[in-house]
Ligand binder design. Sequence first.
Ligand code: HEM
Length: 72
Amino acid sequence: MAGGQEWRTPPLWGIGLTQKVNGHTNFLHDGRARNLLEAVMWHGGEAQAARDKVNSMPKADRDALVAFLESL
Ligand code: HEM
């Protein structure tokens, strides 16, 4: 059972269609991220290392990551 400190990792498939289907690009359970990169930057806990990697990537790689997410 998931305790109060645990999170279900949401599937990312279809996330690139959010604007088209939902008319917005807010992410995370409470919609506080205004775009995909912000959603990644809000990661913490077990996902902190992934967040830090994205943060220290060259911009071209970050852009490629966002393009990938938008292709899903
Ligand atoms: C660079 C790698 C990663 C990318 C690009 C990524 C991307 C995303 C995105 C775009 C969302 C928002 C989904 C939505 O609102 O529908 C999300 C949410 C989430 N991700 Fe990741 N993620 C990464 C790594 C991780 C890792 C390593 C973990 C866990 C160890 C994780 C756990 C979660 C959880 C629990 C949420 C939901 C948080 C909430 O709703 O507030 N992610 N991720």
